[in-house]
Design a protein. Structure first.
Length: 57
């Protein structure tokens, strides 16, 4: 079966990062937010869009 090497690499990086925090989602999130603040990149945030109800006949 064909495997995307880029996806495989990202999954390895994500796994290693999670292991550093013992798979604690809150600690992982806090680390990512810390990295985001430390970064010189512009962070863009979009407001959530309201769901449009779908009429079922």
């Amino acid at each position: 079966m064909w495997q995307d090497t880029i996806v495989a690499e990202i999954r390895e990086i994500r796994q290693a990062h999670a292991e550093k925090f013992n798979f604690d989602v809150k600690a992982i999130y806090q680390d990512l937010k810390r990295q985001e603040k430390k970064s010189k990149r512009k962070i863009v945030s979009f407001s959530p869009k309201l769901a449009v109800p779908v009429k079922v006949s």
